[in-house]
Ligand binder design. Structure first.
Ligand code: DC
Length: 226
């Protein structure tokens, strides 16, 4: 079977990353969580006390930014590293979630991260999830998906994830953060979240995790036959 590029876009907290990761595992593809790159960038700016809205700060921040995905020998999983430090857990905290959408509005930051993402996917056999993967990063991806779920379902799923990591956050706070990020991500000038014409929509509100994965694997089969 020839290898393709699978682009998965959609709102925050739809389960894009976990689904994409499992689809990639079953296909033997590389999984790239582009949101993790925006999160690592947001953390970098927070750590250095830089404002993504000041061009001088952006220049300094991007010069000293190095993001990679490496195997963590302790967990046996591919995790996110910022300048050589494992930040997989830290980038999922509310502190970073609250700042990441702002960072993702900045043109120079997006240009840098998009170039890195295109480089990572150049050999195909990749599943990448984000907001602009089908529209900007890989406009000629063989399979484009747009995942949605109602905000209540997304907030409950996110709350469980945070609880498992020992962070207790109210449903209301998570809902507000999700709604706020949906709003910023869909209305920003630079590469807003859109469903491109050739994307297939998958509403996961009433789907189990394995149903989501199986639906996508079916679509991959069809896309690789054609
Ligand atoms: O997928 P996520 O929730 O981890 O993404 C974090 C933020 O990064 C999200 O609010 C929007 C931004 N993002 C983006 O603008 N473009 C992408 N390709 C991926 C994420």
């Amino acid at each position: 079977m020839n290898k393709i590029v699978i682009a998965i876009d959609g709102f925050s907290g739809c389960g894009k990353s976990s689904t994409a990761k499992e689809v990639a595992r079953q296909l033997g593809y590389t999984f790239i969580d582009s949101g993790a790159m925006y999160r690592a960038t947001a953390l970098h700016f927070l750590n250095l006390n830089l404002s993504p809205l000041r061009p001088e700060d952006v220049e300094v921040g991007l010069k000293s930014l190095q993001i990679s995905f490496q195997l963590n020998p302790e967990t046996g999983k591919q995790e996110t590293y910022l300048n050589g430090v494992n930040v997989e857990k830290e980038i999922r905290t509310m502190r970073v979630s609250e700042r990441v959408s702002e960072v993702a509005t900045v043109k120079a930051i997006r240009a840098e991260l998009v170039a890195q993402q295109q480089q990572l996917g150049r050999k195909k056999g990749v599943v990448m999830d984000g907001r602009d993967i089908g529209s900007v990063v890989f406009p000629s991806a063989e399979l484009k998906l747009f995942m949605t779920a109602d905000v209540e379902t997304r907030a409950k799923r996110r709350q469980l994830e945070l609880q498992e990591k020992g962070e207790s956050v109210s449903l209301e706070e998570i809902k507000l953060n999700l709604e706020n990020r949906d709003q910023v991500d869909s209305t920003r000038t630079e590469s807003p979240l859109i469903k491109v014409a050739d994307a297939i929509e998958i509403d996961t509100s009433n789907l189990s995790f394995s149903q989501q994965v199986d639906q996508i694997l079916d679509l991959v089969k069809k896309a690789t036959i054609n």
